[in-house]
Design a protein around this ligand. Sequence first.
Ligand code: ATP
Length: 240
Amino acid sequence: MDSVVQHQVMRAAGIEAGYGRVQVLWGAGLDVKAKESVVLLGANGAGKTTLLKVIVGLLPAWKGSVQLDPDDVTTWRTDKRVRRGMAYMSEIGVFPGLSIDENLRVGGQFIERSALRIRMEELYAYFPDLAHRRGALAGSLSGGQRKMLGMAKALASSPRLLVMDEPSAGLSPLFVGQVIEVLGKFRESGLAMLIAEQNIAFLDLADRVFTLEGGRIRFEGSVAQLEADDSLHKAYFGLA
Ligand code: ATP
């Protein structure tokens, strides 16, 4: 990433949210700048999924705001946010009963047909294993391939910002390495990314890191700053 001042693609500020009467987020916020790759680190139950759901509009914010440059999208439905350039990959990610090709069409449903055709060919070039099996049902793929399809499906809409919930979930270290490698290519292409993870291997992709604990952001900074902080180092790198 160069040192030129980058404009913000997305900013979530002061988010309070939860389920029923249970409050999970207590004023959490983060931002992603153009071409920036941000990793949101947190343990199980810290509230990462909840924060991402508020950012993409799957869960309402009780308080706070979400900006998707140049709009305040806090009250927008998810599909409108997607049309304006946000894409979301949940932990589940794909429709098992649809083919690879059909999954990509669902992911790209809001873009114009001819643009989608071109986009799908671009994506098949990034994901050659999927290109060879376009008609295969997503449910017949291995866990690693399914994850690749989940990414491709989210990317089918040519987003400005890709929001991903634990891309490593359920994957062996070998596949985690492959996921990181392919995300690295999209990072190089200038795609802004927000990746929620508990696997520190994803820090390889991070221009900036936020840590979430108990529904609050505890740290924001570079990977080097995270590593330099003794208590955070212990918490996330597991070293005494
Ligand atoms: P994980 O890695 O386990 O997904 P996370 O950091 O993404 O963790 P969340 O899934 O956001 O955490 O969950 C935060 C808290 O909210 C947890 O205590 C969880 O039990 C609770 N929670 C999550 N979903 C619901 C729900 N649908 N109803 C009630 N409580 C929920």
